[in-house]
Design a protein around this ligand. Sequence first.
Ligand SMILES: CC(C)(COP(=O)(O)OP(=O)(O)OC[C@H]1O[C@@H](n2cnc3c(N)ncnc32)[C@H](O)[C@@H]1OP(=O)(O)O)[C@@H](O)C(=O)NCCC(=O)NCCS
Length: 340
Amino acid sequence: MPLKQLDPGEMTADDIRDWCSVLNDMTAADMPGEPRWRTDRLSDYLTATLPDDRRYVFLHRDDDGDLTGHASLIMFGGEQAGTGVIEMSTRPSARGKGVGRALLRAVAECAAAESCRTLSVEVIATTPAVGFYDRMGFERAVVEQRHLLRWGEVDWEKIEHAAGRLAAGYRLEYHAGAVPERLVDSYASVKANLRTTTDYAIVPEWRGSAQADRLRDSLSTLERRGMRSHIVVALAEPYGNVVGLTELVVAAQRPTRADQYDTVVDPGHRSYGLAMSMKARLLTELRRAEPQLVDVQTWTMQHADDVRWINSELGFAHDVDWYDYEADVAELLARASSGA
Ligand SMILES: CC(C)(COP(=O)(O)OP(=O)(O)OC[C@H]1O[C@@H](n2cnc3c(N)ncnc32)[C@H](O)[C@@H]1OP(=O)(O)O)[C@@H](O)C(=O)NCCC(=O)NCCS
């Protein structure tokens, strides 16, 4: 049986090692400048999900038992029930032989069986995956710009200065791993603003955090996946409630790379430079907390001029576009099965 569907918890140590090796072969072939994956906590990364989500993995092996490709399917629960996100890789030496198509068919069958109607996938614009997903009938829903900040090129004097320049009536706090209970409610309500703006992408791990209990779930899921979260909040005096936040994660599986996630300021507190101060402060904290870092990546929508201005002031530079592709599961199933 060349293709197996598993609960991630069923993966053996060999499966995990093979999974990592396909990821690294794919990275070397398609995006050689990107950091390589490690097996450290990779099993946790694949196994832990938010409480309402489900993940399945798919392994494709050749006749010798070598892993030729793999896929992951996360089906969201809660308000996003009916949608899911996939990740797939074929080992470069095994491409063009139908492995990708077979994996996608298995993923679509699984999604259909669990009433998941729409699937999305993130694709780096410069890689062959674009041709594959176009061929499979995916539609490009969103284009995001990936920006990179290279640690070796950071102007620390400028960053320290920006971190220390804070409008009167506000203060910043840095937290690693968790948001203190006294801040959870106001943090979640600032986060809810993301639902009314399209300027920022919402990444799966943080997706549910616009309510206090979902925020706790998000943070504990990150921790269980081996992803260390670093957060700076802006607090308004005299009550000390959260009016702005910025979130970043360093994954044990790729510890030289930090992912800058959401930055959001409550609408009533915008135009005071809080986003700039928070992001700069976060970088100064990271310098101490994660000395192994090589770079930080972030994503912005093309029209998000304010965010892009802040990022460029901090030293982030645009290097490549990321596409968010979507497909209807029923159509995908028909296409992946027919060979059309
Ligand atoms: C995308 C990917 C999975 C395709 O795997 P594959 O095993 O080579 O795909 P298949 O051989 O099953 O190809 C299926 C169809 O897509 C087409 N296709 C595949 N790659 C293509 C490309 N780059 N351009 C155009 N068509 C392509 C094939 O020609 C084939 O068409 P056909 O069945 O009508 O003849 C592989 O290129 C890959 O692993 N890329 C990296 C994935 C990645 O970026 N992962 C990270 C984010 S998810």
